[in-house]
Design a protein around this ligand. Sequence first.
Ligand SMILES: [Zn+2]
Ligand SMILES: [Zn+2]
Length: 278
Amino acid sequence: MNPLSEISVLVAGSGAVRAHPTRGGPCYVVTIDGKNLLFDCGRCAVHNISRFSIPVETVSAVYITHLHFDHICDLPLLLLLSWNNGRTERMPVYGPKGIAGFLENGLRLAYTNDIKSRQGHGKNTDYLGWDTTELTQEGVVVETESYTIDTLVTKHGGLLNFNYRIRIADKIVVIMSDSEPDPRIVDFCRGANIVLIECSGTKEFFDTVPWGSWHTTPEQVGQLMRDAGAKKVVLKHLVIESFRDNDPKVSESMADTIRTVYPDGEIFVGEDGMKFDI
Ligand SMILES: [Zn+2]
Ligand SMILES: [Zn+2]
């Protein structure tokens, strides 16, 4: 691996399911020596990566954490639009078992008429193509000369759920999924240069919604990141704001809770367009 690799991490969407005036749904881009790896492809992902100067046709591969719609709803659009814009290679798509069926139904079948129409003016459907790797268990997903990507499976909403870790020489970037707390997260994130981790809401908030137990509280985020010694911690999937008049103070207050538990960490409230050079 090249120790001089240039690495950046972009928060393309810091929000989650609900519409929010400034937060798109889950989408993060890890760029390694100019190669754009996209993690999750939720609401506004395609629009946002364009806003943040990543043309859709320059995405090299897609990694999906789980099959909740807020993490995959823009994936058909990403594949269609990159094809439209001149993508010339099949897109590798990694995700939980079921991702292939999602694309067959949600893209190839759903857009049958559109695809036929575009073939009529000479568009080559070879380049619409994608190659899915359906993950069923944790472990190494990809190994290249410059980086390795492996996963940790954690519980979330009864779905097969993958957290991704990218190792580039001595650098570690972790893109966590939505997740219940799990002590194994500590080892998975140990010594990471940066961890993007969900901060969906407070315990008091989770007690009021039926899906609250699927997620991690700010106190738990603080403990996990402190025990892992993660250097930069970026909070994302900020659901609660959408229930609190989109007031950013709600997220800042969760960040303060985390800082209390983990005073040595650098804690950031994610914003769409926030970019870190690693
Ligand atoms: Zn989600
Ligand atoms: Zn989810």
